[in-house]
Design a protein around this ligand. Structure first.
Ligand code: NCD
Length: 310
């Protein structure tokens, strides 16, 4: 298995074995599995991560910054492209070319689908896709898989339901593909205008994955191990009226506590707006905050792997 120098652009580029290897490596950084290991602090000493965020973020950007520093890296970059020479008219390609010469790994988020691939074609150093428009978000997928595995002990023989914005939700797209390597039944719950895009359903069909499509929230989540709730991606709508019409249809109020009591675990990539009531937060089966924390361990592992330091 070769990770050194590799770009992390599309979850389709990874085999089942490679996904499992990354998840196994992440445990080394997770205090739940390994007592504080000081040798982790210097794994990537002398290396620089460039964090280039052309789109807003809290978790992804900050956890990458934190992960890089926790393994000894220096961090440069920006999260407001208007503060860079892009404001003067410099192109995306030139920006990438320059950052490529200052860093050892580029971590990029951009509203345009395909932009991370474009950066990877220009840069010599590894490029990590931290979200390209409505397309993909592979490092979120790795932390989602890590969370499911940690909670369930296995990725096989389970049922995962996705809810909310399955059309524009890049976290859903990439996670669905990754889960298709395992024995997982997938259930898609959304308004028909926000349904899972056909190309993803086609992949599931081709791979013989069991799936179901629902256009209403079921009364019972019996047998479903994880519900992956998502935010309606307002910024991807061309027509705000269309957004307003469907934004409040698939929300989980405090009545969902009874389903959590019955065992379904609630995940969410965050940020949430109003699609999950805060009354759910303290339930032990509401696992979205520990899900976000897991992002740190997975990103530490990924950076160390692509730099060839572990
Ligand atoms: C998600 C994203 O940016 O795609 N957030 C994240 O990275 N944790 C989900 C979202 O913005 O709704």
């Amino acid at each position: 298995m070769k990770f050194k120098g590799r770009d992390i652009i599309d979850i389709n580029d990874f085999s089942k074995e490679e996904l499992l290897y990354i998840l196994k490596t992440a445990r080394r950084f997770d205090p739940q599995f390994v007592k504080k290991d000081r040798s982790n602090y210097t794994i990537a000493q002398g290396k620089i991560a460039a964090v280039l965020f052309f789109e807003q973020s809290t978790r992804t950007e900050q956890s990458f910054r934190s992960a890089a520093q926790k393994i000894g890296m220096g961090v440069i970059g920006f999260n407001d492209p208007q503060s860079t020479s892009i404001h003067k008219g410099e192109t995306f390609a030139d920006t990438i070319r320059i950052m490529d010469s200052y860093a050892d790994v580029l971590i990029i988020r951009h509203p345009e689908p395909g932009s991370a691939k474009e950066a990877a074609d220009i840069a010599e150093i590894p490029v990590i896709n931290a979200g390209d428009g409505s397309n993909q978000h592979p490092t979120q997928t790795l932390l989602d898989l890590y969370t499911i595995l940690k909670e369930q002990g296995t990725l096989d023989g389970i049922k995962v339901a996705f809810m909310g914005d399955l059309k524009y939700g890049r976290t859903v797209h990439a996670l669905s593909i990754a889960l298709s390597h395992f024995k997982v039944k997938q259930i898609f719950i959304s308004h028909q205008d926000l349904a899972m895009p056909k190309e993803y359903i086609e992949i599931l069909k081709k791979r013989g994955v069991a799936y179901e499509i629902l256009t209403k929230i079921p009364d019972e989540f019996k047998g479903i191990n994880f519900l992956y709730q998502t935010r309606v991606q307002k910024e991807r709508f061309k027509d705000l009226k269309a957004f307003n019409k469907i934004k409040d249809e698939f929300i989980l109020g405090k009545e969902f506590l009874s389903q959590l009591d019955k065992g379904v675990k609630l995940m969410h990539p965050l940020p949430r707006i109003n699609e999950m009531a805060s009354e759910l937060d303290s339930h032990q089966n509401a696992i979205y905050f520990s899900q976000a924390r897991n992002g740190l361990y997975v990103r530490e592992a990924l950076l160390a792997l692509v730099l060839g330091r572990i």
